[in-house]
Design a protein around this ligand. Structure first.
Ligand code: KIV
Length: 286
């Protein structure tokens, strides 16, 4: 379908996309700038997540804790300028929704003013006052449970969550509370398939899995992982759909070789003066 013929995806439209009611699985892909947002939208994804994975895949940090609201707003604005048909979800970074309810709402508003159409935040029942306040400010909220990367130190590393029965039940209770608080969807990251299935069955809003198996209402992956833009650690749940990293290095190497071999630029790639003007300078033929 032509990009401009697509209908803009909205949070209420996502909210109604339950596989248990026959809906097609939702697709969310991260993007952090205008070209990647245009590509993700052209591919037909329902949602673009301007994720705080920005810290790791674009800015070169080892975890997501280093990005600020200003960083997220800067990249959200770049994504919004691409005018994607996909719903733009801006990730609230670590410490932007932990200090006070008032600060949380202001930070969510900063992402909305930058162009986000919804925000995402990590955590369960202890984040309820913040979630309720953002929803009350008319901002759609996506939850995020399970392996929540902003809790990397508290979890003792990027570890699969909910493997024990009691932890799985906590996740179900968290998901119910988030749905009740008004979230329009919940990302489930790094949890066993059976737990994701239980959570998905327990709530009436869509679950979007990443490392959570096939039974969620949708799936999300990071743009750089799908395209293999870099050959770094690849989590078990990633499937590569391209090898852009290798293609990029090959193309850049060809440019380096052409410059060194004086094969670039050629005549067609250069600007020329009219002959009479070259003559006037005594440069005939330049
Ligand atoms: O920041 C991000 O990219 C995310 C996804 C992994 C869900 O939160």
């Amino acid at each position: 379908m032509a990009e401009n013929a697509r209908k803009k995806v909205t949070a209420p439209a996502v909210r109604s996309r339950l596989r248990s009611e026959g809906a097609e699985p939702l697709v969310m892909i991260t993007a952090y700038d205008a070209p990647s947002a245009r590509q993700v939208s052209a591919a037909g994804a329902d949602m673009i997540l301007v994720g705080d994975s920005l810290a790791m895949v674009v800015l070169g940090y080892d975890d997501t804790l280093q990005v600020t609201v200003d960083d997220m707003a800067h990249h959200t604005a770049a994504v919004a300028r691409a005018k994607p048909h996909s719903l733009i979800v801006g990730d609230l970074p670590w410490m932007s929704y932990h200090v006070s309810v008032e600060e949380t709402v202001r930070n969510a508003a900063t992402l909305i003013r930058a162009g986000a159409e919804a925000v995402k935040l990590e955590g369960g029942r202890k984040r309820l006052p913040m979630i309720e306040a953002i929803v009350d400010a008319e901002i759609p909220v996506c939850g995020h449970l399970g392996l929540t990367p902003q809790s990397v130190h508290a979890m003792g590393g990027f570890k699969v969550q909910g493997k024990k029965a009691d932890a799985a039940m906590e996740l179900v209770e968290d998901a119910k509370a988030l749905a009740h608080a008004g979230c329009f969807a919940i990302v489930l990251e790094g949890i066993p398939v059976r737990v994701a299935e239980m959570v998905t069955k327990a709530i009436d809003i869509p679950t979007i899995g990443i490392g959570a198996g096939p039974d969620c209402d949708g799936q999300v992956l990071v743009y750089h992982d799908i395209l293999a833009i870099e050959d770094r650690f690849v989590p078990k749940f990633v499937r590569r759909y391209g090898d852009i990293g290798t293609a990029s290095v090959d193309a850049l190497s060809a440019f380096v070789a052409d410059v060194r071999g004086q094969a670039f630029p050629n005549d067609d790639e250069s600007y020329h003066m009219a002959d009479d003007q070259a003559d006037a300078l005594g440069l005939y033929g330049s």
